[in-house]
Design a binder for this molecule. Structure first.
Ligand code: SF4
Length: 188
């Protein structure tokens, strides 16, 4: 009888309007990373620096919400290429820290960031606002991922505990029920 070669589940990850802390927490699974690369194949991800999808993926892990048109484009691309999409961390789930700008007019945010804020006011004497046409466009506010596309799971925390990410991912790839005990879930 011929051996059946099972293909590994394919995982993609991205950071939208996030700080990469959730990716750092993912890597905090320490030596289980060796197990992980036996269990899954990574496609588009900053972890391996693959920049575009080359295959359809089983699972997409999304860090960060959407504050730029580019974030929306990437998130929609993830929805198209991944069977299961997971919001990882508070920025993906509810906008997180970047969403603190949601109550402030965009012009005020840009003026503070580029013209009058303490770190720029003396270094931008001509008061030039970056306007290269290649720059992504800021959205009117920061959106959580589920307001842009359907998200299938939500892993809370800022960042989520490494064990939470590990437990959720290994449960999904093995088809088992998720075991997410209280100790690995945090909300800050
Ligand atoms: S949830 Fe926290 S750790 Fe994750 S991207 Fe946002 S700020 Fe960074």
């Amino acid at each position: 009888m011929e051996d059946t070669i099972m293909s590994k589940p394919i995982v993609a990850t991205t950071s939208l309007a996030g700080c990469f802390g959730c990716h750092m927490s993912f890597l905090d699974i320490d030596d289980r990373i060796l197990q992980l690369i036996e269990l899954v194949e990574f496609n588009k991800s900053p972890i391996n620096d693959i920049k575009t999808f080359t295959k359809h993926c089983d699972i997409g892990l999304v860090e960060g919400g959407c504050c730029l048109d580019e974030n929306v484009h990437i998130l929609r691309d993830f929805r198209k290429h991944c069977d299961i999409l997971i919001s990882v961390g508070e920025c993906a789930i509810m906008g997180g820290l970047p969403a603190m700008r949601n109550g402030i007019p965009i012009k005020e945010c840009l003026d503070e960031a580029y013209l009058y804020g303490p770190t720029v006011k003396d270094t931008n004497p001509d008061k030039i606002m970056p306007n290269d046409e290649e720059l992504p466009i800021m959205l009117d506010k920061v959106y959580p991922c589920h307001e842009i596309v359907k998200m299938d799971y939500f892993l809370p925390g800022c960042p989520p505990n490494a064990d939470l990410i590990w437990n959720a991912l290994t449960a999904l790839i093995s088809g088992k029920e998720m075991d997410l005990p209280y100790e690995v879930v945090k909300y800050d």
